[in-house]
Write a protein that binds this ligand. Structure first.
Ligand SMILES: NC(=O)c1ccc[n+]([C@@H]2O[C@H](COP(=O)([O-])OP(=O)(O)OC[C@H]3O[C@@H](n4cnc5c(N)ncnc54)[C@H](O)[C@@H]3O)[C@@H](O)[C@H]2O)c1
Length: 287
């Protein structure tokens, strides 16, 4: 048996590409397969990362050639692939959302709880080093009793209309990361209100969805969480959080390629814009 954890990435689209790069760059992990029913997509991503490809997810899941899968295929495939992978005793990292219908999520819960492998959902922001550091310091008591959490989350640009059409809407597709982050700091949410607008994207409006939303949540200890989302941001992937308590405040700002500041007679400082959604880079395995 290989000493490396052998992975298959299911879905060779936007996020499948990111995961394929991450597995390839992770010590102790080996990308064995990229799988997509569109042969050209599977083949081209597999070629990029030097692994095998397949058009048949279930065949790969049951092949005995892999230890773990990353499910980055469209949302309606998540539950069936998770079930098959758990049955095949594979570790699973599945992209969010698990499903658009909470009944299907709840039905899966029992199987996941009984799985003797690791099952994780792609709420990547909890593991973002900056957000993780804030969480650890809040746990240490650095801000005292948490009173307010402000989460700002903006994508560089909207996904294509075909994706928006089946995404389940901005709240289930995008704000879901911020709901997860809110509960990371305020586990017991008792009240939610939200508003949405169509500020810039006609095709999002055509799909009866919003491109600009705000959510306010109340926690049972008197905390208020505010989430601000936009489907676009002129200066890149904008991810910030502020946690305010009776003893102080913790804030993160966007990671930029450089912290170098430049000052002249015309302006005092300058930084490159925030990066696009990152691909690759060294990662640590959490299995
Ligand atoms: N965690 C995040 O930040 C994040 C970001 C983007 C997308 N996602 C999630 O990832 C999933 C995919 O999103 P995307 O943007 O990569 O979509 P995408 O449309 O770019 O890619 C999906 C890929 O899956 C393939 N596919 C379709 N049916 C399949 C099947 N039965 N088996 C295997 N592959 C199949 C498609 O051919 C396509 O190549 C969605 O559930 C989305 O919510 C998560």
């Amino acid at each position: 048996m290989s000493s490396e954890l052998r992975f298959a990435v299911i879905g060779a689209g936007r996020i499948g590409l990111v995961h394929s790069g991450s597995v390839t760059d992770t010590n102790g992990a080996k990308l064995e397969y990229v799988v997509d029913p569109i042969k050209e997509s599977a083949e081209s991503v597999a070629k990029q990362f030097g692994c095998k490809f397949s058009t048949n997810p279930l065949e790969v899941i049951n092949s005995g050639e892999i230890d773990a899968i990353i499910i980055g295929s469209p949302t309606p495939t998540h539950v069936p692939f998770m079930e098959a992978a758990i049955d095949a005793r594979l570790h699973v990292l599945c992209e969010k959302p698990i499903d658009l219908d909470i009944k299907n999520v709840n039905q899966l819960r029992e199987k996941v709880n009984k799985a003797n492998t690791k099952v994780a959902i792609g709420f990547n922001r909890r593991l973002d080093p900056e957000f993780y550091a804030v969480k650890k310091r809040v746990e240490k008591g650095d801000v005292g009793k948490v009173e307010q959490v402000l989460i700002i989350s903006r994508d560089p640009g909207p996904a294509p209309q075909s994706y928006i059409a089946v995404s389940g809407g901005i709240f289930r597709d995008m704000t879901i990361h911020d709901f997860d982050m809110a509960r990371n700091f305020v586990p017991d949410i008792i009240e939610v209100s939200a508003t949405g607008a169509n500020s810039f994207c006609d095709y999002i409006k055509e799909e009866n969805d919003f491109d600009n939303v705000t959510v306010t949540m109340k926690g049972s200890n008197g905390e208020i969480v505010t989430v601000i989302n936009s489907r676009h941001s002129a200066f890149g992937y904008d991810q910030r959080i502020e946690v305010f308590g009776d003893k102080g405040m913790l804030q993160t700002s966007n990671i930029t390629p450089t912290s170098v500041k430049y000052s002249t007679k015309d302006f005092t400082s300058s930084q490159d814009p925030a990066p696009e959604l990152q691909t690759g880079g060294p990662h640590t395995l959490f299995f």
